[in-house]
Write a protein that binds this ligand. Structure first.
Ligand code: SAM
Length: 321
């Protein structure tokens, strides 16, 4: 999946040479403290890094490397790309403000580095596609799991069709599919959709090159679960027709990644088209109180569009009236 041809080697060689020389200059001109894990990021520290090692240029070089390494330019993690998907013009408003901010998103083995061995590239790009703040995990939403289990118990048909939107690297998807299959031994067909093609690849392969402990957890969750498929898609333009009996969408709606009115309406319209007539849309999050009004705004938009909405802002259940 990750290419290892001369074009990758040449691009990696150029990146390593350029940034090794820049790092040498930086070290010669800016005194310590240099960044190390745990060091507080002061404005001075950020300014020093930005003067000699601008994060936008580093991200652009990584994006160019990703173009060669990955199956298609659209696989380059969004963190390295412009909003329109083009080459990187960091700092984007939601992107890292300096190199130390970018390093703070990476596992310890990769943070603090500007040059990489070819073997480290899968872990580097997977880490950039699955940063810690995505935190995809199973069992994050116990209240939703209870509701989900109750719906599975009462689901009338022998087959249950489940869609997990913004599924990340799939831990919650496998956990939900396993839970659904445990009720009545029925067949469960599950689709997980998420923005990053690399996330969908990691979920489908149950491979997290940047996070082996979490990979073991993913593999345990997936063991014995069948009928689960993953694809990359933007929830604002759902590429599925359904019908699905249950749609999950966790850790996304009303958060920093998706809260603008038109985006919420596009998501609602897509879910409306993809849900079976008596189907449920279950939405959970663990956002801090600052996001509450955004989630409540979503619930209000749904009610205005003839959805019945139950639950509180951390755990909503919607169905069409
Ligand atoms: C906070 S994580 C939540 C992951 C998982 N659902 C959970 O709750 O554990 C947010 C996920 O939403 C995905 N995402 C962000 N914007 C998206 C969009 N427009 N369409 C699809 N997925 C999106 C991200 O790639 C990331 O995997």
């Amino acid at each position: 999946m990750f290419r290892r041809d001369p074009a990758v080697a040449t691009c990696l060689g150029a990146l390593n040479t350029t940034w090794q020389e820049r790092l040498r200059l930086f070290r010669a001109r800016v005194g310590p403290p240099w960044w190390a894990p745990g060091l507080v990021l002061t404005p001075e520290l950020r300014a020093g890094y930005e003067t000699y090692l601008p994060v936008a240029e580093f991200a652009a070089d990584l994006a160019r490397l990703g173009d060669r390494l990955l199956p298609h330019p659209s696989w380059v993690p969004h963190l390295l790309r412009a909003r329109d998907g083009g080459a990187c013009p960091l700092p984007r408003p939601d992107g890292p403000a300096s190199l130390p901010d970018l390093w703070a998103l990476l596992p310890e083995a990769l943070a603090g580095h500007l040059c990489f061995a070819a073997d480290a590239l899968p872990a580097l790009f997977c880490a950039l596609a699955d940063p810690p703040h995505f935190g995809t995990a199973a069992e994050r939403y116990p209240a939703q799991q209870e509701r989900f289990a109750a719906l599975c118990t009462t689901h009338p048909r022998g087959r249950l069709r489940l869609l997990d939107l913004a599924c990340g690297v799939g831990l919650g998807t496998f956990a939900s599919a396993a839970l659904a299959a445990g009720y009545g031994g029925r067949r469960v067909d599950t689709v997980g959709l998420t923005l990053e093609p690399l996330e969908a690849w990691m979920a489908a392969q149950q491979s997290l090159p940047h996070d082996r402990p979490r990979q073991r957890r993913l593999q345990d969750l997936a063991a014995g679960v069948s009928g689960v498929h993953f694809a990359a898609a933007d929830v604002r333009r759902l590429p599925v027709q359904g019908p699905f009996d249950i749609i999950l969408c966790n850790g996304l709606i009303g958060g920093t990644l998706l809260h603008h009115g038109p985006d919420l309406l596009d998501l609602l319209a897509g879910c409306c088209g993809a849900l079976a007539p008596a189907g449920w849309l279950l939405i959970a999050n663990r956002f801090h109180d600052g996001r509450r009004t955004h989630v409540e705004r979503f619930a209000e938009l749904a009610r205005e569009r003839r959805w019945e909405v139950a639950g509180d802002w951390h755990d909503l259940a919607l169905r069409r009236r």
